[in-house]
Design a protein around this ligand. Structure first.
Ligand SMILES: [Zn+2]
Length: 267
């Protein structure tokens, strides 16, 4: 169901009764709605990047007042963005306590990795059983970028590209239901990596990504499935499941440079 918006016009057929709204007012309202959509996208991107790149770890409180100030946005926009992230299970909203970066439990972590093994074995089987499209060259190029990001120590970019590898394979199947589902579980495992990753380890191996691509391209679906399963098993084994998160500086986490006086508590 579409979210209500204070600035959007009620959807209606063009011939419906719109006598109270002049064309100029309708134009202004549409422009305002587009501006709001862009602003939501900007705020969501900033928050999601900070979460997926592990600058805002799981369990971090997301105080509305601080975030509005730091991101230069309105409370209404921020709330809509938090609602959206909550629907993606990236943020958890607790009545009377506010919003927090979701903090998946150890059991949930194990279940989600098991789900990924099932889904992604299906992804690589599907891809290996059909002629390889031009997508594979794009993904290979991206794995090169992933290797470079890892080499120069650009952790945020490396984490994003490593996750994107798995999403790009799902997208290449052309199955949008599978693609949507995998987006959600990859986002969840990104949180789990932020929460439980052993410092200094690289959760996704570039070499393993290349081996998976080779098996797909050669049409070796059994090898591709086995390599993907082993890869995800190794990702899961790298997690340290008893880790405690540390306090976070919201301003730095959001990529805003200067140190904020308000440290965000971890629940
Ligand atoms: Zn990977």
């Amino acid at each position: 169901m579409p979210r209500p918006s204070s600035t959007s016009l009620t959807p209606a057929a063009p011939t419906a009764s719109v006598t109270s709204v002049t064309p100029s007012e309708a134009h202004d309202a549409r422009a305002e709605t587009r501006a709001e959509t862009r602003e939501m996208a900007r705020v969501q991107q900033r928050l999601a990047d900070a979460i997926y790149e592990h600058r805002l770890p799981p369990g971090t409180k997301l105080p509305e007042v601080d975030l509005c100030r730091l991101l230069g946005t309105s409370r209404g926009t921020l709330r809509k963005v938090l609602d959206r992230l909550a629907s993606e299970q990236v943020v958890e909203q607790i009545p009377n306590r506010g919003a927090f970066v979701a903090r998946p439990s150890v059991d949930t972590t194990r279940e989600v990795y098991a789900l990924r093994r099932i889904l992604e074995a299906g992804v690589v089987r599907t891809l290996a059983n059909r002629p390889c499209g031009p997508w594979i060259n794009d993904v290979r190029h991206q794995v090169d970028e992933e290797r470079e990001a890892n080499r120069v120590g650009d952790t945020g970019r490396y984490i994003r590209l490593a996750g994107k590898f798995h999403l790009d394979l799902a997208a290449a199947t052309g199955n949008s239901a599978l693609n949507q589902h995998l987006k959600r579980v990859v986002a969840q495992t990104s949180l789990m990596t932020a929460l439980y990753d052993e410092p200094g380890t690289n959760n996704c191996s570039v070499l393993e990504h290349l081996e998976i691509l080779d098996a797909i391209q050669a049409g070796q679906h059994r090898d591709a499935e086995r390599l993907m399963e082993e890869h995800l098993n190794r990702c899961e084994r790298q997690l340290r499941l008893d880790d405690e998160p540390k306090p976070v500086d919201l301003s730095q986490a959001l990529g805003l440079g200067a140190t904020s006086p308000a440290k965000s508590p971890i629940r």
